[in-house]
Design a protein around this ligand. Sequence first.
Ligand SMILES: [Zn+2]
Length: 407
Amino acid sequence: MINQERVWNRLFELSQFGKQERGGVTRISFTDEERKAKDLIALYMKEAGFVVTEDAVGNVIGRKEGRIEGAPAVIIGSHIDSVPHGGIFDGPLGVIAGIEVVQTIVEQEIETDHPIEVIAFTDEEGSRFRFGMIGSRAIAGTLNKEHLQNKDQNGVTIAQAMKEMGLDPNKILDAARDPGTIKGYVELHIEQGKVLENHHLSVGVVSGIAGPLWTKWVLTGEAGHAGATPMGIRKDPLIPAAAIIQYIETETKKYPNAVATIGQISVKPGGVNVIPSQVEFTLDLRDIDEEVRNKIEHTIVSYARQICEERKIEVDISTLQRVTPVPCSKEIRQVIENSCKEIGLETFTLPSGAGHDGMQFKDFCPIGMIFIQSKNGISHNPDEWSSKEDCGRGTTVLYKTVLELAK
Ligand SMILES: [Zn+2]
């Protein structure tokens, strides 16, 4: 069985790189802290019995061969970079658990048909360049030279940052993998939400990774005197805006995995005694199923157009970003569920609202994800916490899942 203490100790040992005074870590991509963390990961990998390499974008890859020559590999991945003042679990748990899986397999002298690889991806978080998942994009072959022109706060491009760490930005295509060499991708991650905690569960099976659709709504009417304009002749855009927002909640609640948030709203001109002339708000709409998300969007938009027409209010809706959701593979989900059952855990399925490296493998290979409980749902914060036991349970589920996939 997996060694829970070893996983736990490594999590804390790794957290010395970028350690912050008030707890947590700041481990930004292409920095010395990140380099040292990668070196320690490579050391763990060697200890576990992997052959370790580093690709053109700095992904650290440990590979253990299988019995069948040329068989596609099962990949376990996550990241070791963090947001500024982040926690010690987001990312590293998935990498360290992956190493533990293979170390256990080696120690138990189990042979698998398929090779197993553990990858510590470069820059998942995207905090430095506001462009993340650099390592996983490179492997999926979707990272291009234009992407490398994204700059950090100091005007340093990704390409320059790579050079400073001894990587050659002209060689990024070398990191791309042939999908035929990969059987599937599995990642263990903390939930970063409260769903598992509310259900008093340690482990959850991820149904898919939701993609955000961001739209900006501008409703325009006519300003007027709040005292001198009778109710019947007003063209107040805030009234239909309120109805639309209410409708968004009602409609979204009909779908179990959908979430909708109006995070910004402003009213113009913004006087206590002035009827608004314009209302602007944003909508963040997510689901793991693109069809469901499209359906909700369509229903909301037609309702909005109808109510605005009735009230002679102009409505303008623009798209800020539309990220495709990524469903997890049914087969891998089933294997994860069986693994949970085998160790007496209730099987519980939930979507991932946050993005993860697996999204980049949407058209590349089947993906699966395992979540463990996050204390109070806190993440991207030094208070981020998961218990030693839950880290152990998650790693055990990952172990059984990978053994089944790699056989
Ligand atoms: Zn993460």
